[in-house]
Design a protein around this ligand. Structure first.
Ligand code: GLA
Length: 500
């Protein structure tokens, strides 16, 4: 009733002033976005002083505006892609001419872009589809990873600078160097091979990979296997086409090409699948699709260890699951992952492995001692051994590290037990791994930068009664006894196999 006593002219003036100063309401199409996150549309409604809106992107689909507040004629809000490690920062929406201006930052990408008013039809044309996930089920595991997978992957050395020719050269080098015969049989093409979909929705490789089936044939003819990479989201981590909305079709395509190993990397899917159930569901969906496609395939889950993946990785048909974010070619990152983010040992065993990420051995960022620690630790952890260096040009000492059969045998031991920390004394850590036939691998690591002499007292690490000791890097045998003093270089390791 209060309103009725306000003179009409004042109401008009005040409404006009208010509407001029108000933040924009409506729908706009964006034509000038950076590729990441690929803004296509912004829609805002207002109701009783509450502002609700969403920004649509090619990477993450519809993103609800969060923590929306009015600041004069601007709306300030935040966007989240579902990755808790990405800081949510203020994004500002304001009028600009007949359209809008959107400024801010999402993850690493700053933007200052404009949008133009759009018809309902134009807005509708930018709808982003949402697909249901299957009802929760267990996917039977294929028996293709009785021991941790071994091979090579393009990512650590080449990132997206890859093509058919270099992959064939890598394959030839794996054979010629003896790496294949040492067990490294998977040749995994990581991110960067994807092209666009054809009219039937079938994913095509990009121009660098003219014929995937021919490439698979080339590898198979040499006793090697082909691995490929995709994402449950619309975009892979490097911005290539993902499997979103095409999961079953892509699994069939990979089977037709002759693919033997799939790495399924969450990437932009993290915006769509944010809960434990949803992440399970999306990995289950690909697991079922791979089974239905009918070709034996190793299934590698890459969701950075979220939601205790080791506890359910096998249940979606997975054979290995990343336990961490990405490795880097330096001792600090490698050791932080290897000693501390390697997954729970109880989940590891035949056909299911904690994956602390691919090897960096030979990429130049670590010393030989550090690379020896890297390999020894991965072997003790029963980790997949996926090489990440340029095996076409590696020096002899790198090849010698990678083909040390005694180290590989620790990793590949058929009992499939993941090693554990047995003793820690400052920078010195002793890790043990139970092997089949009663032997035990013992890694004595020195995480400091200067040499240490370490007395390894067998009784202190639950190994009394040692009768024989073999040094797996020195290739020398020794007697048992109550203890053994080992000299460990800075950032180095002494890896022993002991019998009782
Ligand atoms: C993520 C993965 C990496 C690699 C890249 C490719 O970062 O964790 O291993 O596959 O994507 O873009």
């Amino acid at each position: 009733m209060k309103g009725s006593i306000i003179p009409a002219c004042i109401v008009v003036v005040s409404l006009g002033a208010f509407s001029q100063a108000a933040p924009p309401v409506g729908g706009w199409i964006i034509t000038s976005s950076p590729d990441f996150p690929g803004f296509t549309r912004v829609v805002v409604t207002q109701n009783a002083g509450t502002w609700i809106g969403k920004a649509t992107t090619t990477w993450y689909g519809d993103m609800e505006m969060q923590d929306v507040r009015r600041d004069g004629d601007r709306l300030v809000f935040k966007l989240s892609n579902g990755n808790a490690a990405v800081p949510r920062t203020d994004i500002v929406l304001q009028k600009s001419g007949k359209g809008i201006r959107l400024t801010g930052k999402l993850w690493y990408q700053a933007f200052d872009i404009t949008g133009q008013p759009a018809t309902a039809r134009q807005l509708k044309a930018r709808d982003f589809p949402v697909y249901p996930l299957p009802a929760k089920r267990t996917v039977p595991q294929q028996n293709v990873a009785a021991t941790p997978p071994m091979g090579w992957s393009s990512w650590n050395k080449f990132a997206t600078q890859i093509d058919d020719k270099s992959i064939r050269e890598i394959a030839d080098a794996l054979v010629a160097s003896g790496l294949r015969d040492a067990g490294y049989v998977y040749v995994n093409i990581d991110d960067g091979w994807q092209g666009k979909r054809d009219r039937a929705g079938r994913l095509q490789p990009n121009a660098n990979f003219p014929d995937m089936k021919a490439l698979a044939d080339y590898l198979h003819a040499r006793g090697l296997k082909l691995g490929i990479y995709t994402s449950p989201g619309p975009k892979s981590c490097a911005g290539y086409e993902g499997s979103y909305g095409h999961v079953e079709q892509d699994a069939r395509t990979f089977a037709e090409w002759g693919v033997d190993y799939i790495k399924y990397d969450l990437c932009s899917g993290e915006a769509f699948y944010q809960t434990a159930d949803a992440v399970y569901g999306t990995y289950q969906q690909m697991g079922e699709a791979l089974t239905a496609a009918g070709r034996p395939v190793v299934y590698s889950l890459c969701e950075y260890g979220r939601f205790d993946v080791g506890s359910w990785g096998r249940a979606v048909g997975g054979h290995l699951w990343r336990t961490t974010g990405d490795i880097e070619d330096n001792y600090q990152t490698m050791s932080a992952i290897g000693f501390g983010r390697n997954g729970k040992p109880k989940y590891a065993g035949p056909n299911g492995w904690n994956d602390p990420d691919m090897l960096e051995v030979g990429n130049g960022g670590m010393s030989t001692e550090e690379y020896r620690s890297h390999l020894s630790l991965w072997a003790l952890l029963a980790a997949p051994l996926i090489l990440g260096n340029d095996v076409r040009t590696m020096p002899a000492d790198t090849l010698a590290l990678l083909t040390n059969r005694e180290i590989i045998a620790i990793d590949q031991d058929r009992a499939g037990v993941q090693g554990v920390l047995a003793q820690k004394n400052g920078d010195v850590e002793i890790w043990t791994k139970r092997l089949s036939e009663g032997a035990v691998a013992v890694g004595v690591f020195n995480r400091s930068s200067s040499e240490r002499t370490v007395p390894v007292v067998w009784g202190d690490i639950d190994l009394s009664g040692v009768i024989k000791v073999r040094d797996l890097w020195a290739h020398s045998d020794g007697e048992g006894g109550a203890k053994r003093d080992v000299v460990v270089p800075g950032h180095g390791v002494v890896l022993l196999k002991v019998w009782r």
